[in-house]
Design a protein around this ligand. Structure first.
Ligand SMILES: C[S@@+](CC[C@H](N)C(=O)[O-])C[C@H]1O[C@@H](n2cnc3c(N)ncnc32)[C@H](O)[C@@H]1O
Ligand code: SF4
Length: 364
């Protein structure tokens, strides 16, 4: 289940959206559509150059954003095809339900895409409006039908809970409507307030901790009952449909990111590209490095991050990875019903999953 250290993944960033959602702090722009063509050409050039200089075979490819489904399917297909992949690689593209058409998905499928991640967030129109989202929930139903019709074998639905104006009934409606589509994978995130976003400036719309603490167990129960097992705090899947790309990150494996603001990790060296598409395109066109900065992880950092990442997964963290002097804390948290200790592994209980950040601080 755990990705081996030999595993290698590729992330491709597409920094364009038709409209910026009020809560989103990702590197994406809604006023730079004029740069799409030059950006896709630069992505292709960077991927080809890495491939020519010995980039390992990718076990997973994840195209994220932004809104990858906004750029012409053929140009994205060329970039995906340029990545050398293992024959059974997982290849995911994040899509906005509004952009999904049969011809777009056929183009993806023919380029080797075998997983779609749909940004659903909510199935209730007034909740979507409160999030500053523009899509119509009916488009989610149509998008899932199209994914199935063209034969893309698996997909994920991204949901967000805790938006202003979302009642518990609204959240149950979202879960019920999403589960009616029989998704093999669901990610459900607590809405977070990110600095610099319109949501951050509007305290009336800030999420309420207690409301989110009520909604997480509702999601967990509904998803588990529908046959999707929780395998990481925010992720549930039918067996065999877990995201291999996410598992690779959680296993601290190597990955290479292409595009502006993309992060890479190779044997303890982590680096990230320049943030804006124009700087990225300019550097690629001049044949210069797109790296903005890097850090060399220390042994202590690697060890602490291992616990932070592994404790979030169903299989938990290895006791051997946690400093022996934390044993008292572990026993205390186990007594408080936040952790269980089983076969030399430490796992979060459902209640512990909601307090994961505080628990991790006590373990590292
Ligand atoms: C960067 S988005 C890209 C997907 C696509 N553009 C979309 O939004 O439909 C990936 C996912 O991150 C989640 N996300 C982004 N900002 C968030 C926030 N502030 N709080 C919680 N989840 C967030 C959303 O669920 C979103 O689907
Ligand atoms: S949440 Fe998705 S669609 Fe909305 S601005 Fe961010 S990347 Fe774009």
């Amino acid at each position: 289940m755990t990705a081996s250290l030999a595993t290698f993944g590729v992330y491709i960033h597409v920094p364009f959206c038709s409209r910026r959602c009020d809560y989103c702090a990702f590197a994406t722009w809604d006023d730079k559509a004029g740069q799409i063509e030059a950006y896709m050409a630069a992505l292709l050039a960077e991927v080809r150059s890495a491939t020519d200089t010995g980039m390992p075979l990718a076990e997973t490819v994840f195209v994220g954003g932004g809104t990858p489904s906004l750029v012409p399917g053929e140009s994205l297909a060329k970039v995906i095809e340029a990545v050398r992949k293992s024959p059974d690689a997982e290849v995911t593209v994040e899509c906005n339900p509004d952009n999904v058409t049969e011809s777009l998905l056929c183009t993806y499928r023919d380029a080797g895409v075998n997983r779609i991640s749909l940004g659903v967030q909510s199935m209730v129109p007034h909740v979507l409006a409160g999030l500053g989202r523009e899509h119509n929930p009916d488009n989610v139903v149509a998008a899932v039908e199209t994914i199935r019709r063209v034969g893309i074998p698996t997909f994920n639905l991204d949901l967000i809970y805790g938006a202003h104006g979302e009642s518990v009934d609204d959240w149950q409606t979202t879960l019920r409507s999403a589960l009616a589509l029989e998704p093999p994978h669901v990610s459900a995130y607590a809405l977070t307030v990110e600095a610099g976003t319109p949501l951050a400036d509007d305290s009336v719309r800030h999420p309420d901790d207690d409301d989110q603490a009520d909604k997480y167990p509702i999601a967990d129960a509904a998803l588990e009952q529908a046959g999707l097992a929780n395998y990481e705090i925010s992720n549930w899947a039918v067996a065999g449909h877990e995201s291999r790309h996410n598992r690779l990150y959680w296993a601290q494996a190597d990955y290479r990111g292409f595009g502006c603001a993309a992060h890479s990790h190779l044997s303890g060296r982590r680096w990230w590209n320049v943030r804006t598409p124009e700087r990225y395109v300019d550097l690629v066109n001049r044949g210069e490095s797109t790296e903005a900065a890097f850090e060399q992880l220390t042994t202590d950092q690697v060890a602490a991050e291992r616990v932070q990442l592994t404790i979030r997964r169903r299989e938990g963290a290895a006791l051997a990875d946690i400093a022996p002097e934390r044993r008292v804390e572990i026993d205390e948290m186990a007594n408080d019903g936040l952790l269980v200790l089983e076969d030399d592994r430490v796992m979060l209980t459902p209640r512990g999953r909601m307090l994961a950040n505080a628990i991790t601080l006590r373990l590292t």
